[in-house]
Design a protein around this ligand. Structure first.
Ligand code: GLP
Length: 242
C-alpha cells in the first residue's frame, strides 16, 4: 500500500488524475471503476481538464460504478447514475453507453446484482478503481459488518449514512432511501489497482484503520491491506492519526 500525504487537498485531485491518465496511456481501452461522493470530484475535474486539453481520451474506455440507491425512480437527480453522469461522464469523452451502473430499480434485485458481476467479468475486470471512504470505514456502501468476501448485493444503509447523505435530499433524512445495491468488498478487491482518496479530519480515524488497523469487517476498508496494488491519497488532516 502506497500512502501519499499532501499539504494541499487540491493536489490530491491532480495526483489521482495522473493515475487515471497513466492507466489510459498504457491501456486506452481501460475499464475504470468510478466512485460517487465528494472526495473523487477533484480527480474527475482534473481528468476532464486533461480531456479538454487533448492530452487524454476516454473514447475507448468503459466504466462501472460502485453502488446505487434502491427505490429511486430512474433519472432521479440523486441517483448515483445521475450523479456520476453530472460529475464526470458528461464532462469527458466516455461513451455513456459504456457506463455501467448497478440497477437499483430492478424487479429482481438479486438477479440484477448477479448480472452486474457478470458484466464486470465480461469486460475483463476493472483496471483502476477509484474509491472514497466513509467516516466509519465503509467503501462503496459496504457498511461496518459487511463480509470481506461479499459480492454485489442489496444492503441496508445505516442510519448514520442516511443522516450523512441527507444533505443531498434537502436535509430530509426520510427522503434518503433505506436500501442500496453495492459492489461487494470481494468485488472491489478484484480490481487491479485501487486508488482511494480522502481529505479532512473527519476521515482520520477511518484512514488510520485502513492503513494501520487490524483487518476487520467492522472497518471494511482495512481489507485493502491485503491488496497488492493500492494507492491512498490523503491530506494532512485525514493523515493526522497515522
Ligand atoms: C457514500 C458512497 C461512498 C463514498 C462515501 C464518502 O456513502 N457510497 O462511495 O466513499 O459516501 O463520501 P464523501 O466522499 O462525500 O465523503
Amino acid at each position: 500500500m502506497e500512502v501519499v500525504i499532501q499539504d494541499d487537498a487540491g493536489e490530491l485531485g491532480r495526483l489521482g488524475a495522473k493515475a487515471v491518465i497513466d492507466t489510459l496511456a498504457n491501456t486506452p481501452d481501460a475499464v475504470l471503476g468510478l466512485a460517487t461522493g465528494s472526495s473523487p470530484v477533484s480527480i474527475y475535474d482534473a481528468v476532464a481538464a486533461a480531456v479538454a486539453a487533448g492530452s487524454v481520451s476516454l473514447a475507448r474506455s468503459s466504466a462501472f460504478t460502485l453502488d446505487e440507491y434502491v427505490g429511486l425512480p430512474p433519472g432521479h437527480p440523486q441517483s448515483y447514475r445521475s450523479v456520476i453522469l453530472r460529475d464526470f461522464v458528461d464532462k469527458v469523452d466516455l461513451d455513456p453507453g459504456r457506463l455501467h451502473t448497478p440497477d437499483g430499480a430492478a424487479a429482481d434485485i438479486p438477479a440484477a446484482c448477479a448480472a452486474y458481476e457478470g458484466q464486470i467479468a465480461d469486460a475483463g475486470g476493472i483496471d483502476l478503481q477509484i474509491l472514497g471512504i466513509g467516516a466509519d470505514g465503509h467503501v462503496a456502501f459496504n457498511e461496518p459488518g459487511s463480509s470481506l468476501a461479499s459480492r454485489t448485493r442489496i444492503k441496508t444503509l445505516t442510519q448514520q449514512t442516511r443522516v450523512d447523505n441527507a444533505r443531498f435530499f434537502d436535509g430530509d433524512v426520510d427522503a434518503v432511501p433505506s436500501h442500496c445495491v453495492t459492489q461487494g468488498v470481494g468485488t472491489i478487491m478484484q480490481a487491479r489497482h485501487l486508488l482511494l482518496i480522502a481529505s479532512g479530519r473527519h476521515k482520520a480515524q477511518a484512514v488510520h484503520q485502513l492503513v494501520e488497523g487490524p483487518i476487520t469487517a467492522m472497518w471494511p476498508a482495512s481489507v485493502l491491506q491485503l491488496h497488492p496494488h493500492v494507492t491512498v491519497l490523503v491530506d494532512r488532516a485525514a493523515a493526522s492519526r497515522l
